[in-house]
Design a protein around this ligand. Structure first.
Ligand SMILES: Nc1ncnc2c1ncn2[C@@H]1O[C@H](COP(=O)(O)OP(=O)(O)OP(=O)(O)O)[C@@H](O)[C@H]1O
Ligand SMILES: [Mg+2]
Length: 472
């Protein structure tokens, strides 16, 4: 994407020479001949950087700078100083300009300065995003009695080395709890390694978990370190443990008993010190009855069971969660904050949420992006959540008819707000859910039908949090 540079300078000759320099370097140039005009441009289409002349008739550069800062603190401004304004340039830096350029302008200086500033800006932005993600992503929101009981158990389990088994429906927050345990354990400084036992093809899971030596099987062109080894001195999170094959179960049991692993194709054993957290949304005892899950492995893993209750058993948490996800979405996507009116909130609290918090989160995100105005009303909700349509038998994560329609056909039911990117994502998601449904959630089949590699489809499912409903 081209960076857009706004040049505010009253001298046409300067604007013109900057335009040539910038366009030659593939920047998009926007010119303004006065402070007023420049401010209008900034409000209309936000540039990535402003080059601002200090000495201009009417509103001078310092005043424009102050106004720009008030408009948008994060917009980088580089001052252009002429003869006799160098000391002003220094003042400008104190007032928030990021750098300055002296006249006469050298094209090299201009380019180097722009590159530096934009790079710096990018890093800052990344930092902000990371911090935001770190803080809000791992926050466990809610204080219903049911959730408080979970947090109590977490507090007791975290400081120990004991194996924890997290039980609960899809989307209730098992992974979040697993990470919280790790972050509050003495191993917090070490790695948290996650293995999704359901997503890894049967024939690869052993080499994923235990690693392999180069040449140990066809396709093993490089040595691979397994997840258990990677997690040494840290925590391994065995997610969807109910989906492991009997053979893998036997090997995992051995690692847990012996605290050592063997890479495929190697006779050497390697000591590992890992804390295990396992999770499943399946009924493992039933699996044992049916002979699909090893009882001895179950007992090994089930040292501290923590049940994370479904959202419909802790509806008191819903308003807080809605606000949390609304805030997060608006921060992440640079959207205006929106409020949910009382009736909308009531409907959200009443709904069944088969997909639990993940479904709630996706619903809130979608509403934030697709609803126009600064208030989400009950009319904006998908019919089944509103309660005036027959309950869907579809997947919980599927966009509602209204928003999916808006995403694909641009219907007027919900005005797509936000950026092109958000619109594209929403459409892509709706498309994938549709195709998955048509193919009975058979991933390989769907990947084939839509002509994309299976790995890519898995990535998309992860990215959009698409999940098949268990009883759907
Ligand atoms: N109490 C909570 N507060 C804030 N966010 C939460 C809470 N519980 C869950 N979430 C969020 O909901 C989403 C789903 O949670 P998570 O992935 O931990 O569920 P899960 O139980 O592991 O689901 P699955 O069984 O489908 O893997 C995540 O984005 C998570 O951050
Ligand atoms: Mg999970």
């Amino acid at each position: 994407m081209k960076h857009r540079i706004l040049v505010i300078d009253d001298e046409a000759a300067i604007r013109e020479s900057l335009r040539m320099i910038l366009e030659y370097e593939e920047y998009a140039f926007v010119g303004a001949s006065s402070g007023q005009e420049g401010l209008a441009v900034v409000q209309r289409d936000r540039p990535d950087l402003v080059l601002l002349d200090i000495k201009m008739p009417g509103m001078d550069g310092m005043e424009v700078l102050r106004k720009l800062r008030a408009l948008d603190e994060t917009l980088p401004v580089v001052m252009i100083s002429g003869h006799g304004t160098t000391s002003t340039a220094v003042d400008a830096i104190k007032s928030g300009a990021i750098d300055f350029l002296d006249k006469p302008l050298s094209s090299e200086r201009v380019i180097v300065t722009l590159q530096n500033v934009l790079k710096q800006q990018e890093l800052r932005q990344e930092n902000r995003e990371l911090k935001l993600a770190m803080e809000s992503r791992y926050e466990i929101v809610g204080d219903s009695p049911a959730l408080r009981a979970v947090l109590e158990a977490v507090k007791r389990a975290a400081p120990t080395n004991a194996t924890v088994m997290l039980l609960g429906e899809s989307g209730v927050g098992k992974e979040l709890v697993a990470r919280t345990i790790h972050r509050n354990s003495p191993r917090a400084g070490q790695r948290f390694v996650q293995v999704n036992c359901a997503a890894i093809p049967e024939e690869l899971i052993e080499s994923e978990l235990f690693g392999h030596e180069k040449g140990s099987f066809t396709g093993a062109t490089e040595k691979q370190i397994g997840k258990f080894e990677q997690a040494d001195r840290g925590t391994i999170f065995l997610d969807e443990i109910g989906d492991m094959s009997p053979k893998t179960q036997a090997k995992v049991l051995r690692v847990l008993q012996e605290q050592e692993v063997e890479r495929l194709g190697s006779a050497r054993t390697i000591k590992v010190d890992v804390r295990v957290i396992a999770a499943t949304n399946k009924d493992l005892e039933e699996g044992i009855q049916r002979g699909e899950f090893r009882e001895d492995l179950f007992f090994r893993l089930n040292v501290i069971p923590i049940v994370v209750p479904p959202l419909r058993d802790r509806r008191d948490d819903i308003p807080q969660l809605v606000q949390h996800f609304a805030r997060r979405t608006s921060d992440e996507h640079n959207l205006k904050p929106k409020r949910f009116d009382a009736r909308a909130m009531e409907a959200l609290q009443r709904y069944r949420w088969r997909g639990n918090i993940r479904e709630l989160r996706n619903t809130v995100e979608r509403l934030m992006i697709m609803t126009s105005g600064d208030m989400v009303r009950v009319e904006d909700l998908p019919p089944d959540i509103r309660g005036d349509a027959p309950a869907r038998t579809t997947v919980p994560d599927a966009p509602s008819a209204a928003s999916a329609g808006a995403a694909t056909a641009g219907s007027s039911a919900a005005q797509p707000g936000g950026t092109l990117r958000e619109f594209k994502d929403a459409s892509e998601r709706a498309y994938l859910v549709q195709k998955l449904r048509e193919n009975n959630w058979n991933i390989s089949k769907t990947a084939e039908v839509i002509d994309t590699p299976r790995s890519n489809l898995y990535k998309k499912l992860e990215q959009y949090g698409i999940k098949q409903e268990v009883d759907g």
